[in-house]
Design a protein around this ligand. Structure first.
Ligand code: ADP
Length: 540
């Protein structure tokens, strides 16, 4: 017997209509490159998104055509997040921190026909456009400057689209809505194509009270770029629930962000640990300067969130840090770290230690982990294995890729490349990425655990722990440390700091001090660069 409920498709235009009808006066606020503030509302934004979709259609673009974006977090970029997929096109966000050669390769692999680009990023586009199939260049022209030959003004495309009546087309929920390429840390970028259905379900999963628990009346500052991992679904989640939304533009320094947090009375901030670390440092350097009375929660992910950061925000600033784990391939939110019901702390730092885990899977996300020796690992918090996930917003195959099939198991799970333990309550604890794993004398050392602990040292700004070749044990850990301005620390002091918490053989054999840890476009440590640089460190 068939179920007899309406077969309403899970498509993003339903979210756009809802925001327009229910939250027409709720504010969306952006900061332009010239630092001026751009204020609009969901009513205006969704009306413009419809016109933009009509304008794109009038350029001759057809269903399924890829429209790239190369832009900072702005009102216009958020408009494109709705206009492009709801118009039946595919919104392909390009990561503006990548090298022009990589961007050329990605835009060509994706087959982008049009691009929406910030005026301030035109010099970057110029460096790769010739090597791509891009036909139409649409410029978010906030400076009002002259456009390159053949380019169109974003406002003119909207004006073109407003010339005729237009409603978003009825689309199948399986249709592609957006695409994003995995970024450099794991080799050649691979395209992940999100469907309307996967975006809508991800949005529901994310909004649950046991996940991010956002609600009308909140104000979200998405520092996480719209060009990376689907901006954690924030534009859709905020519009669906009617949150005020703040988009920081290119100004990601701590002072600018704190000014927005206080000025707009932000309640929820979403960002990666490196940016949150900057905000924390900004707060500590200027005690009493910022009114944080509205700010309640920070959702942080993209790399491991150090326990000391969770503690510092909670104790000193009354901000609840909620860690999320995910990947471009998982839309991205897959697990979220909230204290489970009935959690009993037995020590003062227990709560923070629990929150420093990557948390339990969001509903409909299933997890398991395996290693070569034992197969699927026990959920005992000790055994380690590669995490595998399955769910309606997990990639099923890569786009136009000749490699990557090995990332899927024969029974249809996605192999994440993250080495984890799973605790009895189902919470995940990331020990390493498989390519960063340190194996010394046949035993695994968790670089993530060591670097988190080192970053808790008062003199340390950033730390990475890497495995380097060593004659006796094959590989041994060394620490690479960036000191806070005006502070110093020795290798011996680092080891003293770690000794109470880790086995003796986990202790780094050496500490290297450098000015900055090389980072990927998404702000993650590029440990492969460090491994190369310090490959000979223990071989003499
Ligand atoms: P890339 O794979 O190119 O770095 P992604 O943004 O898709 O780009 O990165 C996903 C990876 O980031 C995960 O596989 C994991 O290793 C890491 N990651 C994401 N969130 C967390 C977290 N909360 N804790 C630890 N690692 C994380």
């Amino acid at each position: 017997m068939r179920g007899q409920m309406m077969d309403v498709q899970l498509t993003l235009d339903v979210i756009a209509r809802r925001a327009e009808q229910l939250f027409p006066n709720v504010a969306v606020v952006g900061r332009r490159p010239d630092r001026s503030i751009h204020r609009t509302t969901y009513g205006e934004m969704m009306r413009r998104a419809r016109h933009l979709a009509a304008g794109l259609e009038s350029l001759g673009l057809s269903r399924g055509d890829r429209v790239a974006t190369l832009a900072w977090n702005s009102v216009q970029h958020a408009e494109a997040y709705f206009a492009v997929p709801c118009g039946g096109f595919v919104c392909h966000t390009l990561n503006l921190r990548l090298h022009p050669d990589e961007l050329a390769w990605i835009a060509t692999n994706a087959g982008d026909r049009a691009i929406i680009v910030d005026d301030v990023l035109l010099p970057l586009l110029q460096q790769f456009r010739d090597r791509t199939p891009i036909e139409h260049v649409i410029v978010i022209n906030t400076s009002g400057g002259a456009l390159p030959p053949g380019a169109m003004d974003f406002e003119d495309v909207i004006a073109r689209g407003s010339a005729r009546p237009y409603e978003f087309p009825a689309l199948a929920e399986s249709a592609a809505a957006a695409m994003c390429y995995t970024s450099g840390t794991t080799g050649k970028p691979k395209g992940v194509v999100y469907s309307h259905r996967s975006q809508v379900l991800h949005c529901f999963g994310e909004c649950m009270s046991s996940a991010l628990g956002m609600r009308e009346g909140d104000c979200a500052l998405a520092i996480v770029p719209l060009f990376h991992a689907n901006a954690w679904g924030f534009p859709y989640a905020c519009a669906m629930l009617g949150l005020r939304q703040v988009l920081p533009g290119p100004h990601l320094d701590a002072a600018s962000l704190l000014e927005l947090i206080t000025g707009e009375r932000v309640t929820i901030v979403a960002g990666v640990p490196t940016v949150m670390n900057g905000i924390l440092a900004g707060l500590e350097a200027n005690p009493g300067t910022y009114d944080l009375s509205a700010w309640q929660m920070a959702t942080v992910g993209g790399s491991a969130v150090p326990q000391h950061m969770i503690k510092a925000f909670r104790e000193r600033h009354q901000v609840d840090v909620v860690q999320g784990w995910g990947m471009t391939e998982t839309s991205p939110l897959a697990s979220i770290s909230r204290l489970p019901h009935g959690f009993v702390a037995t020590g003062p730092d227990d709560e923070d230690a629990y929150r420093a885990r990557q948390g339990r899977p969001v509903p409909f996300m299933e997890i398991r982990a395996r290693n070569e020796e034992t197969g699927l690992i026990a959920w005992d918090g000790v055994a380690m294995g590669e995490l595998e996930v399955r769910g309606p917003w997990v990639v099923g195959e890569y786009y136009h890729a000749d490699d990557g099939a090995e990332r899927f198991t024969p029974d249809g799970w996605f192999r994440t490349g993250d080495i984890v333990s799973i605790h009895a309550d189902g919470s995940i604890q990331i020990r390493d990425r498989s390519k960063d794993v340190i194996k010394t004398g046949g035993e695994w050392v968790s670089s993530v655990a060591l670097e988190n602990a080192i970053m808790g040292h008062p003199a340390v700004a950033e730390a990475a722990v890497i495995g380097v070749p060593e004659p006796k044990w094959m590989e041994r850990p060394i620490a690479v440390v960036v000191c806070k301005p005006g502070k110093t620390v020795t290798h011996e002091e680092i080891v003293e700091h770690l000794r109470p918490h880790f086995a003796k053989w986990w202790m780094p054999d050496a500490t290297e001090f450098i000015d900055a840890i090389p980072k990927s476009g998404a702000g993650k440590f590029l440990k492969n660069v460090l491994r190369e640089r310090f490959a000979a460190r223990l071989m003499t």
